[in-house]
Design a binder for this molecule. Structure first.
Ligand SMILES: CCc1ccc([C@H](C)CC(=O)N[C@@H]2O[C@H](CO)[C@@H](O)[C@H](O)[C@H]2O)cc1
Length: 814
């Protein structure tokens, strides 16, 4: 493992021990002779942070000296998880710290468990942002991530009697050693008010007189690269009351109101919206989005103007990436600043906008496309609504010239959706203004071209591209699966794959090597056992660990998995002793959160628990089949579960998963996939070969026709039987589960749970058959890991940098 030379801070055991004990005494303020694991963790974290800050300063100085084009990555969500282990590994000082700690009588892993997850996001999009920040730093790209410093992250999932309950996640309770509050980096953010015309040196200008102003304060989270000195920043904004507007209210004596008003300011950035289905249309949600967009845009323009007198070079120095439409108000905000504050004039400002913005969409369904009511926009952001209307007017004029008076199409493409409630279509605004629109997998782009954005694709085919998602092998192998990491480095004879994952392909040469097989099998039986014991479910050692971990959604079809388990249970029950000997023991693990308002998803979680209750306590079954629901799924639970999984499930109805990223993490860890041909799984088949996967289900082209069939659709008896068992109350609560059964009743089964049931069972049987042939399974597992290189976020980021953002690496001298 390399350790780059730190200028001031030494990494020899004695220096590290001294630093840690100094932080115990002077940062944590506990006597260095008496402190517990939690205090030791905080002292350790601050010692590591010191080395992070040193590299971050060097990187910033280098960037300022070189003045490269920078990427600004705007995302409302970043699912960072824990930082300690990832940071010491990327800095190349893990072993040094572990040694120093053991000499102080502490174990690194024990202290690492003290850290809480930073859960500032919902699911796929949020974790993707975090993986991409790791790759941007590691590949030396000059980039800054902008987001919100939620005081409450994604809710804690507590399961009581099989039901999901949400608990607030006040993650900042004991402070956060991984952030630096930038008290001097603050910006006023305006809301409400009116827009007036003003004449300045004979030119008419718009002036926005706000009704409310709050302060945005920056909190910086240094993001270290692996194998480089480069350390970039994730700048998260927190809302604070601004002093500007409340003085007078003090004088009028209603002091309490004044303070309450001030508190109101902080609520803007306080809570993450836990629903990853669609925009809730709430005023506070829009306030949150504009708050982070305005602070970020002011910061970007301030940094540019620090070194430039005018905006001529702005497009050459700034690339703005919109992570879905959530930050797309940034378009109107940059336009407002260039027009009203920099007085650039419309055409010049518009020309800049179209050169700096790019947008990636993560959704496949038009329903999930964000729309903001015009009234709400008009009252909260009156000037932005004007600008969006102007953008739409110019676009409509141009469109009429290009496509003629095709009113339906004009209405579909307009940014303004007419109707009882007029809405602003944020996706249309983003497509019209951005130079590039990216999907997150090749199939996703096909769906965008043919369905979701068909009108725009036919108008501007050159704008539409895709960058298949990826995940960082640093966190998902090196941090979470150190034994596999060592095994891969041994057989490849180098650790270079950690920065250059295509080298993994070298494992192919050893895929049938008996010695590797031996070691690989050893490595595979990771500590999932422990997880199950957490769930106090005794499991058999040679069971297949079958894992299904992701947000609970009907389209992800956790229900198909549960119905498959009921079928397996029922089949074993009806087997004679002899046949039972051939049953491959299974431990089925399901985990994931349901959006609080998503009733059906919550019923799926309850169904999982009542089925588990039945099966796990059925002595007749013994440990031939177990079902465990792991509560409160998050990044740290994923780091525990993924390395120990033998089989992982990705069951989305074809055409519904834009990409999927958990599948990539399982693949990298040699876990086999049972999946539909959807999202990025189609590209995995090309990389690892369909013979090394268990594929099933209707293809994306077959789905519409199957749906057409409605009640005539054929479903297998096994499906009808297991649904009947639920309906008849075999697992209790038959009235409660009625709506769930009605939703998959033939003719109503939009996500084709019934239609895909037969091929699903065949795929499961194929997995059983392969699992008992250990050499075959191990070979398949090695070939999956060997073929997973494409799905590194390093490849994704490299493609974005070269083809979308036009940024180059800017490596800080080491
Ligand atoms: C405003 C509510 C909201 C919040 C988040 C989202 C996300 C876009 C949902 C999401 O995480 N989508 C997932 O993004 C992953 C990363 O690209 C993909 O791999 C998944 O297929 C996609 O479902 C939608 C709506």
């Amino acid at each position: 493992m390399f350790g780059l030379m730190d200028v001031f801070l030494k990494n020899d055991p004695l220096s590290l021990q001294k630093d840690i004990l100094d932080h115990v005494e002077f940062t944590v303020a506990k006597s260095r002779f008496n402190f517990d694991d939690f205090e030791a963790y905080h002292a350790l974290a601050h010692s590591v942070r010191d080395r992070l800050i040193e590299r971050w300063h060097d990187t910033q100085i280098h960037f300022n000296r070189k003045g490269p084009k920078r990427l600004y990555f705007l995302s409302l969500e970043f699912l960072m998880g824990r930082s300690l282990s990832n940071t010491v590994i990327n800095l190349g000082v893990r072993d040094q710290f572990a040694d120093a700690l053991s000499q102080l009588g502490f174990e690194f892993e024990v202290l690492a468990e003290q850290e809480g997850d930073a859960c500032l996001g919902n699911g796929g999009l949020a974790r993707l942002s975090a993986c991409q920040m790791d790759s941007l730093a590691t590949l030396d790209y000059p980039a800054i991530g902008y987001g919100l410093r939620y005081q409450y992250g994604l809710f804690r999932q507590v399961i009581l009697d099989g039901f999901q309950h949400e608990q607030p996640d006040y993650w900042l309770n004991f402070g956060n050693p991984w952030e630096i509050e930038r008290v001097h980096i603050t910006y006023p953010v305006k809301f409400y008010g009116t827009v007036t015309d003003e004449v300045l040196n004979k030119e008419k200008h718009k002036v926005w007189v706000p009704g409310e102003v709050v302060e945005a304060v920056a909190y910086d989270n240094p993001i270290p690269g692996y194998g480089t000195r480069n350390t970039i920043v994730l700048r998260l904004w927190a809302a604070k009351p601004s002093d500007q507007h409340n003085m007078e209210s003090y004088n009028t004596g209603d002091y309490v109101d004044a303070v309450v008003n001030r508190q109101r300011a902080e609520s803007i950035s306080s809570i993450l919206y836990p629903d990853d289905r669609s925009y809730q249309g709430k005023e506070l949600q829009l306030k949150q989005r504009y708050f982070f967009v305005s602070a970020s845009v002011q910061d970007i323009i301030r940094r540019f103007k620090d070194t430039h007198k005018n905006f001529n070079e702005f497009p050459e120095k700034v690339a703005l990436q919109l992570n879905d439409t959530h930050p797309s108000l940034a378009i109107a905000e940059v336009m407002r600043v260039l027009l009203d504050e920099e007085h650039l004039g419309w055409n010049r400002a518009w020309d800049i906008i179209c050169k700096i913005f790019s947008y990636t969409t993560h959704t496949v369904s038009s329903e999930a496309m964000e729309k903001i009511p015009v009234d709400l926009m008009g009252s909260l952001l009156p000037r932005h609504l004007q600008i969006i209307y102007d953008i739409n007017f110019n676009f409509m004029e141009k469109l009429k010239k290009m496509i003629g008076l095709d009113y339906d199409r004009l209405a579909r493409m307009s940014i303004v959706e007419e109707g009882a409630v007029k809405n602003i279509r944020m996706a249309n605004l983003s497509i019209i203004c951005c130079h590039t629109v990216n999907g997150v997998s090749r199939l996703h782009l096909e769906l965008l071209k043919t369905k979701v954005f068909r009108d725009f694709y036919e108008l501007w085919p050159h704008k539409f591209h895709y960058k298949t998602n990826g995940v960082t092998q640093r966190r998902w192998i090196v941090v979470s699966n150190p034994s596999l990491c060592a095994l891969i480095s041994k057989w490849l004879g180098t650790e270079a794959w950690i920065r250059d994952i295509d080298l993994l392909i070298g494992l192919r040469d050893h895929a049938t090597n008996a010695e590797l097989h031996q070691e690989w099998k050893m490595e595979l039986c990771n500590d999932l056992m422990l997880v199950c014991t957490i769930g106090n479910v005794q499991v058999s050692l040679n069971a297949m660990f079958d894992v299904h971990t992701k947000r609970i959604h009907e389209y992800k079809r956790q229900l198909l998995n549960i119905l498959g388990i009921i079928h397996r249970y029922d089949s074993i029950k009806n087997m004679n002793k002899n046949d039972r000997k051939k049953v491959v023991p299974r431990v089925c693990i399901i985990s994931g959160k349901a959006a609080p308002g998503y009733e059906i998803a919550k019923k799926i979680i309850k169904l999982c628990h009542v089925v588990a209750e039945k099966i796990n306590n059925d002595n007749d079954i013994g440990d031939l089949l177990k079902l465990v629901f792991i509560p409160d799924y998050n990044v740290s639970v994923a780091e525990l579960v993924i390395p120990g999984a033998d089989l992982s499930q990705h069951l989305s109805t074809a055409g519904h998963e834009a990409s999927g990223t958990s599948s990539m993490k399982f693949l990298m860890n040699g876990c086999l996939l049972l999946a539909t041909e959807d999202g990025s799984t189609i590209e995995m088949i090309e990389e690892v070969g369909r013979e090394n996967m268990f594929l099933f289900g209707a293809s994306v082209n077959d789905v519409p026709a199957l749906r057409e069939k409605g009640p005539a659709l054929k479903v297998p008896l096994q499906f009808l039987r297991v649904v009947r068992m639920i309906r008849d109350g075999h697992f209790g609560l038959k009235d409660y589960f009625k709506s769930l059964c009605d939703k998959i009743e033939t003719g109503n089964d939009y996500f084709l749970v019934g239609a895909d049931f037969a091929s699903y069972l065949e795929a499961q049987a194929a997995a059983d058959k392969a699992f008992v042939d250990e050499d075959r399974w191990t070979q398949m597992s090695i070939l999956c890991a060997a073929g997973s290189g494409k799905f590194s976020s390093d490849r994704t980021i490299q493609e974005y940098a070269e083809k979308t953002w036009g940024i180059q690496p800017c490596r800080c001298p080491s």
